[in-house]
Design a protein around this ligand. Structure first.
Ligand SMILES: Nc1ncnc2c1ncn2[C@@H]1O[C@H](COP(=O)(O)OP(=O)(O)O)[C@@H](O)[C@H]1O
Ligand SMILES: [Mg+2]
Length: 223
């Protein structure tokens, strides 16, 4: 396989928090390669650094050492370089959705596009339809069910056509029916649009729906 087959390559990532005695070395020379079009699940015990990994490969948090190649290009570590690539190439789905409570679903998506210098086009409406939530477009998060809120978060993550979608325990706050529905949507998007998805999960059942599962331990991917 050549480098072109990978949408993301992370080599020997290190990340620590805190200083001196309080220092926690979270990522310890972690390697991870994600293939184009792959639906990958990452599992690991609580506190092992899964969210840290997602924030680092999602270019929100700088690593202390290591290299990230996104869509064939090495990412320079400066904040400007990371921001520019993050805005265009990355879609993020949080466990707690992180929707803006004062805005409607449609406006949440519009704001996300706007910060990326994009305008809402037919894509957002299509995604609301594909997710089965056209009826909540003009509602605020507080007027939606939990499952609907999470699906709005998925629309927001996909609207700018990111190269890779990163999801941090996206089913963690959902009941099993909603979790199932979300995983079905991930699979549908993955197949229909060849969308690359990296999903962190605690749930073996959720992980079982992915193409490949890797495990994190002691700051590394162990398989
Ligand atoms: N911003 C931060 N400052 C200090 N410590 C942090 C920070 N973020 C995470 N940590 C620590 O790093 C470790 C890994 O956290 P995290 O990546 O959230 O793990 P996981 O998502 O696997 O539960 C934990 O010990 C956590 O307390
Ligand atoms: Mg976490």
């Amino acid at each position: 396989m050549t480098g072109d087959d990978y949408i993301l390559q992370a080599d020997r990532l290190h990340k620590s928090f805190g200083r001196r005695a309080a220092r926690v070395h979270v990522l310890r020379g972690l390697d991870l390669s994600v293939r184009r079009g792959e639906f990958l699940a990452v599992m690991g015990p609580s506190g092992c650094g899964k969210s840290t990994l997602l924030h680092v490969i999602g270019l929100m948090t700088p690593c202390d050492a290591g290299r990230i190649v996104m869509n064939g290009s090495p990412v320079a570590p400066s904040e400007n370089a990371r921001n520019a690539i993050r805005r265009t190439q990355i879609g993020f789905i949080f466990q707690r959705f992180n929707l803006l409570g004062v805005l409607s679903a449609a406006h949440n998506v519009e704001v996300s596009l706007k910060v990326r210098g994009l305008r809402a086009d037919g894509r957002a409406r299509e995604l609301f339809e594909a997710m089965g939530i056209s009826h909540v477009m003009h509602r605020r998060p507080g007027q939606m069910s939990i499952g609907e809120q999470q699906r709005v978060a998925v629309v927001r993550a996909l609207a700018h056509r990111p190269a890779i979608v990163l999801a941090d325990e996206p089913t963690g706050n959902l009941d099993s029916d909603n979790a199932d529905a979300l995983l079905d949507l991930f699979r549908k998007i993955n197949l229909r649009e060849n969308q690359t998805i990296v999903m962190i999960t605690h749930s073996a059942e959720a992980a079982g729906r992915a193409d490949r599962v890797v495990h994190m331990k002691d700051g590394r991917i162990i398989d």
